[in-house]
Design a protein around this ligand. Structure first.
Ligand SMILES: C[S@@+](CC[C@H](N)C(=O)[O-])C[C@H]1O[C@@H](n2cnc3c(N)ncnc32)[C@H](O)[C@@H]1O
Length: 194
């Protein structure tokens, strides 16, 4: 399935979990992100950053953010959302981000990995962009029940097993505050420390 993300940019933030406009939804993501990101402020690479909603939460916790997305309209919104923050946004492919020799404490990816052509290869590349003891924070799921799309947690953890020394999976299905509604498909986050 291919989505026209340029066309989606204008309405993307209308979804509660995208725009985080509802204070309760925003607070729910802020709490989760606080527990997933390192406590000490560091460098976060947000891949497929979209309109920058999670980038902003990370920046609010003092992290320096580099966001990468291949949709320019998405990046435009992310830049506006984080104006005045310690953040840069770069056009590019999430699977091969244009960050040169820079290394990061955290690679953060929400709802992007499942749609990449070669998730295993992307994960290996992301692992190589981390500093020692860095972490991958991956928020993914399997959406819909009739014709589901996404990546199940079991598959993602199997791909991560050779790359990480510690892998923690957190179920997100049971927390309606994250989604602004009750959901019954598979939603989860993985924090993988290398
Ligand atoms: C579902 S949105 C998620 C946005 C953001 N991560 C969030 O959670 O709010 C997917 C985003 O990934 C971007 N994207 C999809 N494939 C990409 C790729 N190969 N390289 C860079 N960005 C990509 C899209 O442009 C879109 O902004």
């Amino acid at each position: 399935m291919s989505v026209d993300w340029d066309a989606q940019a204008e309405v993307f933030d209308d979804e509660p979990d995208h725009g985080l406009r509802d204070p309760q939804v925003r607070a729910a993501w802020a709490r989760r992100l606080e527990s997933w990101l390192p406590h000490r402020a560091g460098d976060v690479l947000d891949l497929g950053c979209g309109t920058g909603s999670l980038s902003l939460l990370a920046a609010e916790r003092g992290h320096r953010v580099t966001g990468v997305d291949r949709s320019l309209p998405m990046l435009e919104r992310a830049r506006a959302k984080l104006a005045g923050r310690d953040a840069v946004f770069l056009p590019g492919d999430a699977a091969a981000p244009p960050v040169g020799e820079q290394r990061f404490d955290t690679v953060l990816v929400r709802h992007v990995l499942w749609a990449l052509p070669d998730p295993a290869r992307a994960l290996r590349h992301w692992r190589d962009l981390l500093r020692p003891h860095g972490r991958l924070v991956l928020v993914e799921g399997v959406w819909g029940t009739l014709s589901p799309v996404g990546i199940p947690a079991a598959r993602l953890t199997a791909l991560l097993a050779p790359l990480a020394r510690d892998i923690r999976v957190e179920d997100l299905t049971d927390d309606p505050l994250l989604w602004g509604k009750t959901v019954d498909d598979e939603r989860y986050a993985v924090v993988a420390t290398v």
